[in-house]
Design a protein around this ligand. Structure first.
Ligand code: IVH
Length: 717
C-alpha cells in the first residue's frame, strides 16, 4: 500500500513522482513498443491518477519528464490525426458456403438481375495486419494514415517511409491525387527471427505478427520501425483524381498498382460462379500454413467498378464485398460455474466461468450461454443445436470456440468426461439481483415462449438501473469520459446525497451537490482533484447533445442507434418527437400512422417507443433531465444540391431500371427520406407500372407523382 497523497511529505512526494515517471514510461514502452502490456488499463490509469494527484498537491515538484505532460499518450495521442478523404470501411463477414451463396445472390438481387454467373468477383486472401491509406500528390508520398475509427486515423507517415516495399514516388502519368490502400503486415519468418533475437537477449518476446506490426508502426522513432521489416499489400484505394483514365475493374486496378510499384497479392483471382469461388477459398485455406504471412479469410469483391458504385454501402461496409472467414479456433476446458448477469432490459444472461484456456492466441475465461434454451441445447427457433443429453452442466468439459471478435461460445459437451455428480443447471426463477420474479414472455405473434428470461423488477432492480446508467453514458449515447463502468457502480452504491447517482439527471446535478457539501469527491480514493475537474468538464460538455444521442440514451427497448437516428431525422426536435409519441398512444391516430410510416421502424419498435412514453416514471426522468440538458435539433438533411434533398419520397409499383433497395439507397444518398406509405407529408411518389392504392392516395392528397424516367430526369441521372 502506498501512502495516501495527503500524508506525503515534500521529499516523499518528489521520490514518488520520480518512481512514477519511470514506471509509467516503462509501461508506455511495453504497451506501445511491444504491444505487450504487463498491467491492466485500470492499474495503469490508477498509477497515472496518483501521479496527477501528487502533482496537484505539490505543483512545484512537477518534473520535466512528467507522465502528465504526455496527456493521452495512449496510442491515439502520440500521432497527429488525419481525416480520411474517403472513409475506410470494414467488411461484412461470412462463415459458411451458404453465407457466400447468400452474399452473391444479394448482389444479383440488389441489381435486379437473375443469378446467372454473369457478374465476376475477385477473391484474394484477407491479410491479418493493419490497414493503411497512402496518399500521393503529384506522384509523391505525402501522408500515410492508419484506419483509426474509419473516418480519422493516425498520421504515421515517417514510419511508413521506412518500409522498403512502399514506393516514395509513383511513375509519371499517374493522376495528381492518388490514395492507395492496403495492409501493412509482418512476415511470419521475420516475426520468428525477431522473437529469437529477443529471447537471445533475454528480453520479452512478442505475441503475434499482427500486434508486433501494430507496435512497430506506433514507434515515435522511425529507426525502430525501420528495423522491423514491415511489408505491404495494396488491395484498395481512396480518393483518386481523374479516375476515368484508370481501369474499370477491381482486378485491373490492382494490377495497375503493381505497375506503379506496389506489392499485390499473387493469389487474387477473378471468378464468376459460387463453386469456383469456394474452390479458390479452399485452395487458399490449404496454402495458408505455407504462406509467410497470417491470413484469416478470403475477401470477395464485385469486379466491375460501375457495379460497385451502384451497390454502394451500408453504414459501415460495402454491399459489393464480403470477407469469408476461416473456421474459428476451438479448445477444450471445464465449466467451473454458471453465473447470471442482469442486463439493462432485465434479461438474465447465463455466463460460463471457465478454467482459463488459450483459444487462437487469446486466453478465454468466460463464455456466454445466452439463455436457458441454449444451456439445454435448443436454438433460437426451437431447433436442437446439440444432442438431447448434451445440456451444459457445472463441471462439464466443453468445447469452446472463438471466431474473430465474437464472444467465445460453448459449442458442445464432452460426455465421456462428465462427472458422475454433475446435475442439470436449474435456471433461476427469480432475479438474483432484486428477487423479483423472472419470467419468459410469450411472443404475441407466434405464441411461443421467448428464449429470454426477464426480471420483472423494472426500476426496482438495481442491476437494471445501473445498466441503464451505463448505457446512458456509453460511447454512442452521452459519451461521458471519466464515467466508466467502475465509476457508475461507485456513484450508484453511494448513499451520501452529495455523491449518489441513481438516475441519469443525477449525473448533471452532481457538481452542484458537491459544491454544497463537505463530502468531497477529490478526497475519495481513486479520484483526486484533477480527475474530478476533468469529470465535471466532461459532464458539462454534454449539456447540449445531438438529438439522436439523447433519444438513444433513453434506453427505449428495441430502439438502437439506427432507430434513434431515424427518429431524430424524422421529427427534428425533441419537443416534436415527444409530442408525437404522446399522440401516437391512440391506436390508429395520425401520429401512430406517421411513426409506422418511417421506413426502418416496424411495429414492435413503434409499440415499444409509445409504451416508453406512456410510463410516468420515464417521463419524470426525462423532464428532470431536460432541466439539465438541451437536445439540439437534428440537422436538416445534408443540404446537397440535389433536387430531392430533404424531400419525403415513396416508391411504388414495379421498377424496371433499378431494384427497390437500390432506389431507396440512391434517394437517401441524395438526401431524401424514403417512406413506406403515402401521407400528407409525402413530397413525391415514384410510381412504376402496376402501382395501385398508393398512387390513388397520392392523387387524392395532391402529392406530386412521377414515373421511373421522371425520377431519373429529376435527379439528373
Ligand atoms: S478490402 C471497402 N481486402 O480487413 C473494403 N480488406 O474487415 C476495404 N483486409 O479494414 C477493405 N485484407 O484491414 C480488403 N484483401 C483485403 C484485405 C482487407 C485484409 C482488412 C482491412 C479492412 C478489414 C475489413
Amino acid at each position: 500500500m502506498s501512502t495516501a497523497v495527503e500524508n506525503l511529505t515534500l521529499e516523499e512526494a518528489a521520490a514518488e513522482l520520480e518512481r512514477l515517471a519511470k514506471e509509467l514510461a516503462r509501461h508506455d514502452a511495453l504497451y506501445h513498443g511491444k504491444d505487450a502490456p504487463e498491467i491492466s488499463d485500470a492499474d495503469y490509469d490508477a498509477l497515472k491518477r496518483r501521479n496527477e494527484e501528487i502533482e496537484a498537491r505539490f505543483p512545484e515538484l512537477v518534473r520535466t519528464d512528467s507522465p502528465s505532460k504526455k496527456v493521452g499518450a495512449a496510442p491515439s495521442g502520440i500521432f497527429q490525426q488525419i481525416v480520411h478523404a474517403r472513409p475506410m470501411l470494414s467488411l461484412d463477414n461470412t462463415f459458411s458456403d451458404e453465407d457466400v451463396r447468400d452474399f452473391i445472390n444479394s448482389v444479383y438481387r440488389f441489381l435486379g438481375r437473375l443469378p446467372d454467373n454473369s457478374i465476376a468477383f475477385t477473391a484474394e486472401p484477407k491479410i491479418d495486419g493493419l490497414s493503411m491509406s497512402l496518399r500521393y500528390e503529384n506522384g509523391k508520398l505525402v501522408s500515410a494514415a492508419t484506419r483509426g475509427d474509419g473516418t480519422t486515423g493516425e498520421n504515421v507517415t515517417a514510419n511508413i517511409r521506412t518500409i522498403k516495399e512502399i514506393p516514395d514516388t509513383l511513375p509519371p502519368g499517374v493522376p495528381p491525387v492518388v490514395e492507395v490502400r492496403g495492409e501493412v503486415y509482418m512476415g511470419k519468418s521475420d516475426f520468428l527471427a525477431l522473437n529469437a533475437q529477443m529471447e537471445a537477449e533475454g528480453r520479452q518476446t512478442y505475441v503475434n505478427p499482427r500486434n508486433t506490426a501494430a507496435g512497430s508502426l506506433r514507434q515515435l522513432d522511425p529507426t525502430i520501425t525501420a528495423s522491423r521489416k514491415l511489408k505491404f499489400f495494396a488491395y484498395a484505394w481512396g480518393e483518386i483524381s481523374e479516375p476515368n483514365d484508370l481501369p474499370k475493374t477491381q482486378y485491373d486496378m490492382v494490377q495497375t498498382f503493381k505497375t506503379w510499384g506496389f506489392p499485390v497479392n499473387p493469389l487474387m483471382k477473378r471468378l464468376s460462379s459460387v463453386e469456383a469461388i469456394i474452390e479458390h477459398y479452399n485452395e487458399i485455406g490449404l496454402k495458408r500454413p505455407d504462406l509467410d504471412y497470417d491470413i484469416d479469410g478470403v475477401v470477395y469483391k464485385v469486379d466491375q467498378l460501375d457495379l460497385q458504385q451502384r451497390l454502394g454501402f451500408r453504414s459501415r461496409s460495402p454491399r459489393w464485398a464480403t470477407a469469408h472467414k476461416f473456421p474459428a479456433e476451438q479448445a477444450f476446458t471445464t465449466v467451473e460455474n454458471i453465473d447470471i448477469q442482469v442486463g439493462r432490459t432485465g434479461a438474465l444472461t447465463p455466463v460460463a466461468r471457465l478454467t482459463p484456456v488459450t483459444v487462437g492466441g487469446v486466453v478465454v475465461t468466460n463464455a456466454t450461454l445466452h439463455n436457458a434454451d441454449y444451456i439445454e441445447g435448443i436454438g433460437n427457433s426451437g431447433e436442437r443445436i446439440r444432442e438431447p443429453d448434451h445440456d451444459i452442466r457445472i463441471g462439464d468439459t466443453v468445447i469452446v470456440q472463438r471466431a474473430g471478435d465474437v464472444i467465445p461460445q460453448v459449442l458442445d459437451v464432452v460426455m465421456e468426461k462428465r462427472p458422475s455428480d454433475a446435475v442439470r443447471y436449474e435456471f433461476p426463477k427469480i432475479c438474483p439481483v432484486c428477487g423479483s420474479h423472472a419470467v419468459r414472455e410469450r411472443n404475441e405473434k407466434t405464441g411461443k415462449l421467448d428464449s429470454v428470461t426477464r426480471c420483472t423488477g423494472g426500476f426496482v432492480c438495481r442491476a437494471q438501473a445501473v445498466e441503464h446508467l451505463k448505457h446512458f453514458v456509453s460511447r454512442n449515447a452521452f459519451d461521458i469520459e471519466g464515467l466508466g463502468s467502475k465509476q457508475i457502480d461507485f456513484f450508484f452504491e453511494a448513499d451520501d446525497p452529495a455523491l449518489s447517482i441513481k438516475t441519469a439527471p443525477d449525473i448533471f446535478t452532481l457538481q452542484a451537490r458537491q459544491e454544497a457539501s463537505l463530502t468531497k469527491l477529490e478526497n475519495i480514493d481513486g479520484f483526486g482533484k484533477v480527475s474530478v475537474r476533468k469529470l465535471f468538464d466532461a459532464i458539462n460538455s454534454r449539456r447540449e447533445i445531438a438529438l439522436h444521442r439523447f433519444i438513444y440514451a433513453l434506453g427505449i427497448r428495441h430502439a438502437g442507434e439506427t432507430t434513434a437516428k431515424l427518429l431524430a431525422r424524422s421529427y427534428g426536435s425533441y419537443a416534436a418527437f415527444s409530442e408525437a409519441m404522446a399522440a401516437a398512444a391512440v391506436p390508429g391516430s395520425e401520429a401512430w400512422n406517421d411513426l409506422n410510416t418511417i421506413d426502418g421502424i416496424g411495429e414492435v419498435v413503434a409499440r415499444a417507443i409509445v409504451e416508453f412514453f406512456k410510463e410516468e416514471r420515464n417521463m419524470d426522468v426525462v423532464s428532470r433531465l431536460q432541466r439539465e440538458v438541451t437536445p439540439l435539433d437534428a440537422e436538416a438533411p445534408v443540404a446537397t444540391s440535389s433536387p430531392v434533398a430533404g424531400k419525403t419520397v415513396v416508391f411504388t409499383g414495379s421498377l424496371e431500371k433499378m431494384t427497390r433497395d437500390e432506389a431507396k439507397a440512391m434517394a437517401e444518398r441524395l438526401g431524401a427520406k424514403v417512406a413506406g406509405s403515402v401521407s400528407k407529408k409525402t413530397d413525391l411518389l415514384v410510381a412504376g407500372p402496376g402501382a395501385g392504392s398508393k398512387l390513388e392516395k397520392a392523387r387524392e392528397l395532391g402529392v406530386e407523382t412521377t414515373d421511373e424516367d421522371g425520377w431519373f430526369t429529376l435527379i439528373g441521372g
